[in-house]
Write a protein that binds this ligand. Structure first.
Ligand code: FAD
Ligand code: SF4
Length: 344
């Protein structure tokens, strides 16, 4: 499709109508704005139905006990049930301190937060992505074949919609599908998740519901705006921060910032696999120069960084986001092209 891209900005987690009803916000070159609830947006639907994740997300090797980052950040889903007095529709972060280094870093910034202690075992009940991989959709390979010829609208209607086509409501299809789901769940459980008895006591007693005290910053962040506080603290110590931006070309990529003014580029979740470029090598150079480095990303990206570095640096701080999985950049590109052409 050769349509001029007329979209200038996309926010995946616009909270104008509240954290619990987040929208995808699309800004066009002519100044018009589209806000679509995430459960109605075609891109978010194919993402959340696990149709277009990268293959490794279906058997993630970086979750649970394999997580190697110092701090894990997520949305505190289920806060109404676990800590109702702290529930807030502007957004509440789930903060898990995975080790002493993460704890010391978080403790040094407590004056910037309001927070309540929780338990890891409570948080995981409402956020299974902490421990469990997404289950691969039975039609995933078909979807990727169809992507070359069909629109995302067609894919969504055909594969992500509850209203299945006639064949899909047939008895045989349902039996095969159910069997496949049971098999993949068992496989995932045995090989890629960490059973609850493996939850370490450190995490259990170092899990918090947290809100940034700066409400404007919460509004611009996906959940409770904790990342901004961690990042600013490192920048103010002449450190550097690595994280993910959506470029002006609408490309999702890892970048490095050294200035507080650039922090807004990293704020907010971008639900696409990021291009790491040469960020691992750059981080190593800064560490060798004795600069403080905060590296943020998904748990597998933190695992990759640690492997690349090959040794521990006391002035390296790592933060991962709880990760449902990342959609393929190819699908996001297709979405932008089709949305620009006003196909839906
Ligand atoms: C692909 C993806 C899936 C997620 N799935 C879940 C989930 O299932 N459950 C849950 O509780 N939370 C999930 N999150 C995390 C959640 O959306 C927030 O990012 C997190 O709570 C931090 O919010 P914040 O308000 O502290 O900061 P924010 O400012 O909103 O977060 C910014 C941080 O997210 C990082 N980031 C943004 N996009 C990406 C990306 N594509 N890849 C790697 N890092 C990225 C930035 O580098 C920065 O560290 C997911 C995030 C992403 C990116
Ligand atoms: S992107 Fe997320 S789910 Fe996929 S492999 Fe990495 S950490 Fe696991």
């Amino acid at each position: 499709m050769k349509t001029k891209n007329n979209i200038v900005k996309i926010s995946f987690r616009d909270k104008t109508y509240g954290w619990n009803h987040y929208h995808i916000k699309i800004e066009y070159i002519d100044g018009t704005i589209d806000r679509i609830p995430s459960n109605k947006n075609i891109f978010m639907k194919v993402f959340l139905k696990d149709l277009v994740l990268r293959p490794s997300c279906y058997h993630c090797k970086a979750k649970g006990v394999n997580n190697q980052s110092d701090i894990t950040l997520g949305d505190f889903w289920g806060i109404q049930k676990v800590l109702s007095q702290f529930s807030d529709d502007t957004g509440v972060s789930l903060v898990i301190l995975n080790n002493q280094k993460g704890k010391a870093f978080f403790d040094s910034l407590l004056s910037h937060f309001s927070f309540v202690q929780s338990k890891y075992s409570d948080a995981v009940k409402f956020n299974p992505a902490l421990e469990k991989s997404a289950v691969c959709h039975i039609d995933r390979s078909q979807v990727f074949e169809k992507l070359n010829d069909e629109t995302l609208h067609y894919i969504e209607k055909q594969y992500a919609n509850q209203k299945l086509s006639k064949i899909k409501t047939s008895f045989v299809y349902r039996v095969v599908r159910k069997g496949y789901r049971i098999f993949t769940r068992c496989f995932t459980h045995i090989f890629t998740t960490s059973p609850s008895q493996k939850i370490d006591s450190f995490k259990e007693s170092n899990t918090f519901a947290v809100k940034n005290l700066d409400t404007q910053e919460i509004a611009k962040s996906s959940s409770g705006g904790v990342f901004s506080v961690l990042a600013r603290s490192i920048l103010q110590q002449h450190g550097v921060v690595f994280g993910v931006q959506l470029s002006s070309e609408l490309y999702v990529e890892h970048i490095c910032i050294q200035d507080e003014q650039d922090l807004e580029k990293l704020r907010g979740s971008k639900y696409v696999q990021s291009d790491m470029h040469s960020c691992y090598a750059k981080a190593k150079e800064f560490l060798q120069d004795n600069r403080k480095v905060l590296f943020s990303g998904t748990a597998c990206q933190i695992l990759g960084l640690k492997k690349f570095l090959g040794k521990d640096y006391p002035h390296l701080f790592t933060v991962d986001v709880v990760c449902h999985g990342v959609p393929s950049p190819k699908v996001f590109k297709k979405y932008i092209e089709e949305k620009s052409a006003h196909l839906y």
